[in-house]
Design a protein around this ligand. Structure first.
Ligand code: NDP
Ligand SMILES: O=C(O)C1=N[C@H](C(=O)O)C[C@H](O)C1
Length: 233
C-alpha cells in the first residue's frame, strides 16, 4: 500500500519505520499543507502533525478523495465538519486519540468501571495524564476520550475541567514531565480507600503500530470509523 505521512516528527518517523517493515511504501513525508501534487497519489494518508494544522490538512486530503487516519489531538472542535467532508467526498476518515491496543482495551475497562460506579456515592472520580514537556495540548486527547467514556456510563458526570472538582465536572490533572510518552490514570477515591486503573506507555511504538494497522483497515473503505472497528472491540 502507498502511504503519505502528513506530519513527519516523532510519530511520523516511527510510523515510517513500521510501515516499511510491514511492506508498505512511503510516497510523501510532509511538514506542510498537503496538496494533490505533494501527496503523490497515496492509498491512505496518516496525519500526525500539530493541533493548529490538523483540520486544514485532513480537509485537503479528504477533498482529494484520499482516506485519512488522524492521530493529531487538540483540534476536535471541528470534528463534525470533517465527518461531513469525508462523507460528501465518498471517502473514509478515522480519528483515534490513541492508537495503542493497550489504551483501547483500557477505554473498555474504564467504561465498565464507570458503569459499576454509577450508583456508588461514596467515591469521587478524577483523571490524571502525564506527558513529555513538548506536548502542545492539554488535557491529552486520550484523557478526553476517557472522560467521554465515563460520561457515557455514569450520568453523575457531564463535563471535564482542568482542575480538582467536587461537583458533576470531572477533574483532569495534566502533568508535563521530562520525556514521558503517555501515562493515564483514573482514580475513584472515598474517605477510606481508592481504586485506580492506569495505562503506561513505555515508548511510542504501540501508537505507531496501531496507526499503521488502522491504515491497512481503512484502505478502499468509505465512511467514518473508530479503533473499535479496527480492533473488533
Ligand atoms: N493518537 C495517538 O495515538 C497519538 C497522538 N499523538 C499526537 O500526534 C501529534 C503529533 O505528535 P508528535 O509526532 O509527537 O509531534 P512532533 O512535534 O514530533 O511532530 C509534528 C510534526 O508536524 C509537522 N508540522 C508542523 N506544521 C505542519 C503542517 N502545517 N502540516 C503538516 N505537518 C506540520 C512538524 O514539522 P516541524 O518539525 O517542521 O515543525 C513535525 O514534523 C500530536 O498532536 C500528538 O498529541 C502522539 C502520539 C500518539
Ligand atoms: O502528544 C503525545 O505524545 C500523545 N498524544 C496523544 C494524546 O493526546 O492522548 C496520545 C498519547 O498519549 C501521546
Amino acid at each position: 500500500m502507498k502511504i503519505a505521512l502528513v506530519g513527519y516528527g516523532k510519530m511520523g518517523k516511527i510510523i515510517e519505520e513500521i510501515s516499511q517493515k510491514r511492506g508498505h511504501e512511503i510516497v510523501a513525508r510532509l511538514k506542510e499543507t498537503p496538496t494533490a501534487e505533494n501527496l503523490n497519489n497515496p492509498d491512505v494518508v496518516i496525519e500526525f502533525s500539530v493541533p493548529e494544522a490538523a483540520f486544514s490538512n485532513i480537509k485537503a486530503c479528504l477533498e482529494n478523495k484520499i482516506p485519512v487516519i488522524c492521530g493529531t489531538t487538540g483540534w476536535l472542535g471541528k470534528r463534525e465538519e470533517i465527518d461531513r467532508i469525508a462523507n460528501e467526498n465518498e471517502t473514509a476518515f478515522l480519528y483515534g486519540s490513541n492508537f495503542s491496543l493497550g489504551v483501547n482495551l483500557f477505554f473498555a475497562l474504564n467504561e465498565k468501571l464507570a458503569d459499576l460506579m454509577k450508583n456508588v456515592d461514596e467515591y469521587n472520580c478524577q483523571l490524571e495524564e502525564i506527558h513529555h514537556i513538548h506536548k502542545k495540548d492539554a488535557p491529552s486527547g486520550t484523557a478526553i476520550s476517557i472522560a467521554e467514556g465515563i460520561f457515557k456510563n455514569n450520568p453523575k458526570f457531564d463535563a471535564w475541567k482542568l482542575e480538582e472538582t467536587k461537583d458533576n465536572q470531572l477533574g483532569i490533572f495534566a502533568i508535563r514531565e521530562d520525556e514521558v510518552p503517555g501515562t493515564h490514570s483514573v482514580f475513584y477515591r472515598s474517605e477510606v480507600d481508592e481504586i485506580e486503573i492506569k495505562h503506561t506507555a513505555f515508548n511510542r511504538n504501540g501508537f505507531a503500530h496501531g496507526a499503521v494497522v488502522a491504515a491497512e483497515f481503512i484502505k478502499d473503505k468509505q465512511g467514518i470509523f473508530t479503533m473499535n472497528d479496527v480492533l473488533g472491540l
